[in-house]
Design a protein around this ligand. Structure first.
Ligand code: IVH
Length: 693
C-alpha cells in the first residue's frame, strides 16, 4: 500500500524543519527552539520512517544518529589532492612570502583572503545533485578514509544543499573540530564513566571521527568549518572570498573572523588582531592562513611539492600561562632515568588542561630553581609535553625549599646516581626495579644477550604484566603448565619456550655480562670485561677503584716509556673509559642487582657462566686508523675492540700507520692510505687481523 500523501508531506516538513533548526544551531549559532522541542520533532520523524521504510532517505536528519558499525574504512582517492601548507613563524618569513608571490606574478600588490588556521582534521565532502554522498579524511593527501556515516552525524554538515544553486557536483573542503566546551563536557562524561580522557580537543575530534561505530560519533559534538573546495566542475567563482561567501549561502558554516586584506602589512595586522582574540574563540587555532585571493593568480602560482605557492600558514607561538606548583614528583622511565615532574594547579594552556609539566632533569631543575609553592609559567605547543618555562620569583612565598633529586629510586629503593657526563639521574637497580622490568627482560633474552629464541617480545611483556616474572632469574623457574595456560600459548609452544630457556642456561661470560643491561656496557665492552676477568667470580669481586688507579698508573708509565722509545705495557681494560667503569661499579654495588645475579647462578635457576680465556696482551702494538662507517661496529666499538687487544687507534694516516680500516663512505684517509701503500682492511679483515696479531 502506498504511503498516504499527508504522511509523505508531514515527513518532508519535519525534515526541512529539523535541518533548518540544525543550521540555526550549528551554523548560525542562533537557535529558535529548545533542545526538548527539537528532540520531539526528531522522534516524530524517526517514528514515521520506522513505520514506513519507504519514507527513509539518506539525507534525512534521522541519519545523523549513526549507522551500524563498520569493520574497516574504505579508501577514497582524492581526485584533487588535499595539500598541506607551508609554515611561517616570523614577520620576515611572511614578508618574504609576499615578495615571492609578487615577483612570480609580476604585480605591485596582492590581496589575500585571510582565515584562522583551525586545529582539527581536514575532510572532504562530496555532494552529487545537492545531496551529501561521501566524506573522507585527508589521509596522505591522495588517499583518505571513507568516514561518510560519521560525517553524517555532524550537525553542522548539510546533508542536502538548497536547490537554488547549481550543485550538480561539488566537493567542499574544511576542518572537523570540537569546541572547547564540548570537549570539557565529553571529558567529564568520560571521567564519570571511568573511561580515558582525551588530551585535547583535536585528539578528541580525531578519535570521534575515526570511529568504526558512527553511533559513538553521533554522541560527540563535532563541528565543521568550510575553508575551500575540491572538485567543482560546474562552479564559476573568481576569488577565495567568493567561494567562502557562496559556501556560507549554501548553508555551510564558514568562520566569521575572516577578511580580505592587502599585502604583507594587511596580513600581519590580521595576524595580530586574531592573536588577541584567540583565547576567547570557542575552538582552538594554531595560526592563520593567508591565501592569494584571486583564483586565476592561485593557478598561475601553482604548487611546490605538497604545498601551494599561493598560501601560507603563519603560526602563533606556543601559548603560555601562569599557575602554581603543588608538588614535584619523580617518575622512573623504562630505562631507569628519573624525571622530575611538576604537579600543577590545573590550567588551560595551548588547548588542553595541564596538570603536570616535565622539569626534564636535575640540571634543568637547578637552573630554573622550581620549588613547591612557586608560581610558574607553563608553555605548551602542539602535541608536545607541557614544560615549565620559568619561575615568577617575585611571587615566591616566604618558606620554600630548593628541590633535591632523591638519592633512592622512588619505585624500587635502589640507589639513584647521576650518569657521568650526562644530565640524567638513573636508578641503578636495573635488574630489580619494577619500572625497568620490561626493558631489562627484553634486553636479557635478546639475540645478542642470552639468546632465548622462543621467548618473543609480546610473551616477555605478558610475563611481566601478569607478574609471573619479576626479574630475569624468574625465567628459569617458570612452570610448564602455567606457561601453557597463557593466551595464545598451548603445550607445544610452552615446551619450545622452556627448551630455549633451558639452552640459555649455558652462557659465555661476555654474553652474561652484556645481558645484565648495565648502562654503557654494550657487546664490545662486555667482551673486554669478560676477557679481562675470565670468570664471573672475578668480575663480581673486582675492586673498581683499584682498577681505575692501576689504569691511570700504567697510562702514565706508558707516556714515559714512549718518550724513551721503550715498548709499551698493555693497559688493563683498555677501551673502557672511567664513565663506564663507574657505571659498572654502581650497578654491582646495588644489593638488589647482586641478589638477582646470585639467584641466576644458584642451583634453582641454574645458569652456568662459562669462563672465557683471558686475553694475552698483544705482542707488538700496531697502529690502526678508522675511516667511514662499518656495517657491524660503531666507531667507538671498533676503537674499543682494537684497543682491547693492546693496539692503538690514530686519527690520521701517516708512514707509521699499520692498517687503515675502511667502511662505507670513507674519507680522504683512504686515498692517503693508498698513496702511502698502507694495508686497507674492511670489518671482517679487521676481526681476522686482530685474531692473528
Ligand atoms: S587550506 C591549499 N585553510 O591545515 C591548502 N587549511 O597544513 C589547503 N587548515 O590539512 C588547506 N585551517 O587541515 C586551509 N583555513 C584553512 C585551514 C586549513 C586549518 C589545515 C588543514 C590542512 C592543513 C594544511
Amino acid at each position: 500500500m502506498a504511503v498516504a500523501d499527508s504522511l509523505r508531506q508531514r515527513a518532508a516538513a519535519l525534515r526541512r524543519g529539523l535541518e533548518r533548526h540544525n543550521r540555526l544551531y550549528y551554523v548560525e549559532d542562533a537557535p529558535e527552539i529548545t533542545d526538548a522541542e527539537y528532540d520531539r520533532l526528531f522522534a516524530e520523524l524517526q517514528r514515521l520512517e520506522a513505520e514506513h521504510p519507504e519514507l527513509a532517505a539518506p539525507d534525512s536528519p534521522t541519519q545523523r544518529v549513526g549507522a551500524p558499525p563498520l569493520t574497516a574504512f574504505a579508501q577514497v582517492r582524492h581526485r584533487t589532492p588535499m595539500l598541506s601548507l607551508a609554515n611561517a613563524f616570523s614577520e620576515d618569513e611572511v614578508r618574504a612570502f609576499d615578495r615571492r608571490v609578487r615577483d612570480a606574478l609580476q604585480v605591485e600588490e596582492v590581496d589575500y583572503a585571510v582565515e584562522p588556521k583551525f586545529d582539527g582534521l581536514a575532510v572532504s565532502l562530496a555532494y552529487r545533485d545537492g545531496v551529501f554522498v561521501q566524506g573522507a579524511t585527508r589521509g596522505d593527501g591522495t588517499n583518505g578514509e571513507d568516514v561518510t556515516p560519521n560525517l553524517r552525524t555532524v550537525g553542522a554538515i548539510p546533508l542536502r544543499l538548497p536547490q537554488a544553486v547549481d550543485t550538480r557536483e561539488l566537493e567542499v573542503r574544511g576542518e572537523v573540530l570540537m569546541f572547547r566546551r564540548d570537549f570539557e563536557a565529553l571529558n567529564a562524561r568520560q571521567r564519570a564513566a571511568g573511561h580515558k580522557e582525551f588530551v585535547n580537543p583535536r585528539n578528541a575530534a580525531a578519535g570521534s571521527l575515526r570511529q568504526l561505530d558512527s553511533r559513538i560519533t553521533a554522541q560527540r559534538t563535532l563541528r565543521f568549518f568550510a575553508y575551500g573546495v575540491g572538485e567543482a566542475p560546474t562552479a564559476r567563482w573568481r576569488t577565495q572570498d567568493e567561494i567562502l561567501a557562496r559556501l556560507a549561502a549554501m548553508g555551510f558554516p564558514v568562520v566569521k573572523d575572516r577578511a580580505v586584506v592587502r599585502g604583507a602589512d594587511g596580513v600581519l595586522a590580521y595576524y595580530a588582531q586574531l592573536g588577541a582574540k584567540r583565547v576567547g574563540l570557542p575552538f582552538a587555532i594554531d595560526g592563520v592562513v593567508y591565501k592569494v585571493n584571486r583564483l586565476d593568480w592561485q593557478e598561475r602560482l601553482g604548487h611546490v611539492a605538497r604545498a601551494p605557492r599561493f598560501a601560507l600558514a603563519h603560526k602563533y607561538a606556543a601559548e603560555e600561562q601562569e599557575t602554581e606548583v603543588l608538588g614535584i614528583d619523580v617518575q622512573v622511565g623504562r630505562t631507569g632515568v628519573l624525571t622530575p615532574v611538576a604537579r600543577l594547579k590545573p590550567v588551560f594552556v595551548g588547548g588542553v588542561t595541564v596538570t603536570n609539566a616535565t622539569l626534564h632533569n636535575e640540571d634543568e631543575l637547578r637552573r630554573k630553581d622550581v620549588r613547591v609553592g612557586d608560581t610558574v609559567i607553563v608553555r605548551r605547543a602542539g602535541d608536545v609535553i607541557p614544560e615549565v618555562v620559568g619561575v615568577r620569583l617575585e611571587k615566591r612565598p616566604a618558606a620554600t625549599h630548593e628541590f633535591r633529586m632523591p638519592e633512592r629510586c622512588p619505585v624500587c629503593g635502589s640507589a639513584a646516581a647521576r650518569v657521568a657526563g650526562e644530565a640524567a639521574t638513573r636508578c641503578t637497580g636495573g635488574l630489580f626495579c619494577r619500572a625497568q622490568r620490561i626493558q631489562a627482560l627484553l634486553h636479557f633474552k635478546g639475540r645478542r644477550a642470552m639468546d632465548i629464541e622462543g621467548l618473543g617480545d609480546k610473551l616477555a611483556e605478558q610475563l611481566i604484566e601478569l607478574e609471573m616474572v619479576a626479574s630475569p632469574a624468574d625465567l628459569y623457574t617458570l612452570d610448564a603448565d602455567v606457561l601453557a595456560g597463557l593466551e595464545r600459548m598451548g603445550e607445544k609452544s610452552a615446551r619450545n619456550v622452556l627448551a630455549s630457556i633451558e639452552r640459555s642456561r649455558d652462557a659465555t661470560l661476555s654474553r652474561f655480562i652484556f645481558a645484565l643491561g648495565i648502562p654503557g656496557v654494550g657487546e664490545e665492552v662486555a667482551k673486554i670485561l669478560a676477557r679481562h676477568f675470565g670468570s664471573l667470580e672475578e668480575f663480581l669481586q673486582a675492586d673498581w677503584e683499584q682498577l681505575a688507579r692501576d689504569k691511570e698508573s700504567v697510562r702514565k708509565d706508558n707516556a714515559k716509556r714512549k718518550r724513551r722509545g721503550e715498548a709499551l705495557e698493555a693497559v688493563p681494560l683498555e677501551g673502557i673509559g672511567p664513565e663506564i667503569m663507574e657505571s659498572v661499579r654502581q650497578f654491582l654495588e646495588e644489593r638488589h642487582n647482586r641478589e638477582v645475579i646470585e639467584r641466576l647462578i644458584a642451583p634453582a635457576a641454574g645458569v652456568r657462566v662459562r669462563a672465557e680465556p683471558r686475553a694475552a696482551p698483544a705482542r707488538v702494538a700496531r697502529t690502526f686508523v678508522l675511516t667511514g662507517t662499518l656495517p657491524g661496529l660503531s666507531r667507538d666499538e671498533a676503537k674499543s675492540l682494537i684497543e682491547s687487544r693492546g693496539h692503538k687507534v690514530a686519527s690520521s694516516v701517516s708512514k707509521s700507520t699499520d692498517y687503515v680500516v675502511a667502511g662505507d663512505e670513507p674519507g680522504s684517509k683512504l686515498e692517503r692510505a693508498r698513496e702511502l701503500g698502507v694495508t686497507v682492511l674492511d670489518e671482517k679483515g679487521l676481526r681476522d687481523k686482530l685474531d692473528k696479531l
